[in-house]
Write a protein that binds this ligand. Structure first.
Ligand code: NAP
Length: 493
């Protein structure tokens, strides 16, 4: 059912428009505001406070002041706040989904999926909060005792991208709260509204003032630079492009900050001749088209064993070509717009260059006429191995297909990238999975699965895809530091 303009207006009217600092929503110190647009129409959705350096430091003041008290707050109390937040987000799933569709463009069904996925980090970390174990042992010499405890790392700066506005926030805020850290969250300027509503929900769940502060703004560096330079900050957790991540790692060196970096990807989707072909095509659709291809885990290169390449590609192209583009609030829309004009133009440049280099267009291949930044779901066959489209993150609904001969050839082609986030493997042979996973230089491997993100699993990459893991037991460790206490032989005191 298409969403009515009245419903959209009512939801937007409920979104806080200020900066959240020390539990209060306030205007930017400069008094400036910034507009947030709908990528499906180009129209303004809402204007919110445009935070700058002064606001960023006020937010850090608030986080630093709240840190000691929050670290001492009973784990059960922190856990119950996260559990309550999970319940509130779930109860408001339709609001969160519609808001993400409006500001980011993904179809409502996808946005609902993100709400369920994003809320799960709140539930998972509510459960992890009370299980953050240390250890106690006798030293190997048999005399002294070794006590190891985990403590919150301290105030954190959390920077999130525009493509998953809720899940990228909960994936950081959830474990930070569980570990006992306070934080300043800086959402992407293209999609800050979901974080505004999420922060309001966290306050309603009982989070004390100052634990979560939110500063959106049109200049990311104006917000992050003074915070990163301040010795009270102890950690930066970033999700976004490799280029910006590298810059932030350099900025983080002066204060020797803990860093977690969830950066770009260039996922290979590898299909062996022994795979169930129809399941592989369905998996390819999921791995490519989740979030319109605007996902760090999106399959970026389809590597298909030579003997089945023509059949796989033909079936894949039929399914891709049948997808309907449209504003995400419209009934029947399966593929929303790209985030902005620049993103769409970049995608088309990659497609055009691949075609000029000899690739064949089996579906799509062009922008969609009319308002919004829509691009046709596209399948390219016979893509030369040195084409730019295989070396760069496409971040759109475009699937380049190429071939390989055997396992070693597949691994060699898959690893020929500076990225190492997600990879996908389709085969009926489990031993092949074990051999291939040893060879693949990727933080994650999907086996006969096109979508692998899960709050209970350690998400993250190797090489230029980043450092650290989000989700699972590993996720909370990113927000704790280890303290060792050496205890003299208790029989000799
Ligand atoms: P981006 O341009 O790197 O921006 C990400 C965040 O960094 C935004 O909040 C942005 O703020 C901020 N930022 C930009 N320049 C900055 C600076 N100089 N100092 C401090 N902060 C700065 O990435 P994006 O286009 O939003 O997101 C797409 C990228 O994210 C892709 O590469 C994708 O693969 C990656 N990603 C990775 C994961 C993962 O888990 N590995 C998940 C999702 C996305 P503004 O919005 O204000 O510019």
């Amino acid at each position: 059912m298409t969403i009515s303009p009245e419903r959209e207006a009512a939801l937007l009217a409920s979104v806080p428009t200020g900066l959240l600092i020390n539990g209060q929503w306030r205007d930017a110190a400069s008094g400036r505001t910034m507009e947030v647009h709908d990528p499906a129409t180009g129209e303004v959705l809402l204007s919110i406070a445009d935070g700058g350096s002064e606001d960023a430091l006020a937010a850090l003041d608030s986080a630093a002041a709240a840190q000691a008290g929050w670290a001492r707050t009973a784990p059960r109390v922190r856990a119950e706040i996260l559990r309550k937040a999970f319940e509130l987000v779930t109860a408001r799933a339709e609001d969160f989904a519609l808001l993400m569709t409006l500001e980011m463009g993904k179809p409502l069904a996808e946005a609902r999926g993100e709400v369920a996925y994003g809320a799960e980090f709140l539930r998972w970390y509510s459960e992890e909060t009370v299980r953050d174990y240390g250890r106690y042992l006798t030293s190997p010499e048999g005399k002294n005792k070794i006590l190891v405890q985990r403590k919150p790392v301290g105030p954190c700066l959390l920077i999130t991208p525009w493509n998953f506005p809720l899940a990228m926030a909960t994936r950081k805020v959830g474990p930070a709260i569980a570990a006992g850290c306070t934080m300043v969250l800086k959402p992407a300027k293209l999609t800050p509204l979901t974080s505004q509503l999420f922060a309001a929900t966290m306050m309603e769940a009982g989070l004390p003032a100052g634990v979560l502060n939110v500063v959106s703004g049109s200049s990311a560096a104006a917000i992050s630079a003074p915070i990163l330079a301040d010795s009270r900050l102890r950690k930066v957790s970033f999700t976004g492009s490799t280029e910006v991540g590298k810059r932030l790692m350099k900025d983080a060196t002066d204060n020797v900050l803990r860093t977690s970096m969830e950066l770009g990807g260039n996922a290979p989707f590898i299909v062996f001749a022994d795979a169930d072909l129809d399941k592989a095509v369905d998996g390819a659709m999921a791995a490519k088209m989740r979030n319109m291809g605007e996902a760090c885990t999106a399959a970026n290169r389809f590597l298909v064993q030579e003997s089945i390449a023509a059949e796989f590609t033909a079936k894949f192209a039929v399914k891709m070509g049948a997808l309907a583009t449209g504003r995400g609030t419209e009934a029947g829309a399966q593929v929303g717009p790209m985030i902005d004009e620049k993103a769409r133009a970049g995608i088309h440049t990659l497609v055009t260059a691949a075609v000029d280099a000899g690739a064949t267009v089996l579906a799509g291949g062009a922008p969609v006429e009319g308002p919004g930044w829509f691009y046709q779901p596209t399948v390219l066959a016979n893509v030369p191995n040195d084409a730019d489209i295989l070396g760069q993150e496409i971040f759109g609904p475009v699937a380049p297909v190429t071939t390989f001969t055997d396992e070693d050839d597949a691994a060699r082609i898959a690893n020929a990238t500076e990225y190492g986030l997600a990879s996908y493997l389709y085969s009926r042979d489990f031993s092949r999975l074990l051999r291939m996973s040893e060879k693949l230089e990727f933080g994650m491997v999907g086996f006969n699965a096109g979508v692998i993100s899960n709050a209970a699993a350690p998400f993250g990459g190797v090489k230029h895809s980043g450092l650290g893991r989000e989700g699972g037991a590993e996720g909370i460790a990113e927000y704790t530091t280890t303290q060792y206490i050496g205890i003299a032989d208790p029989y000799e005191v």
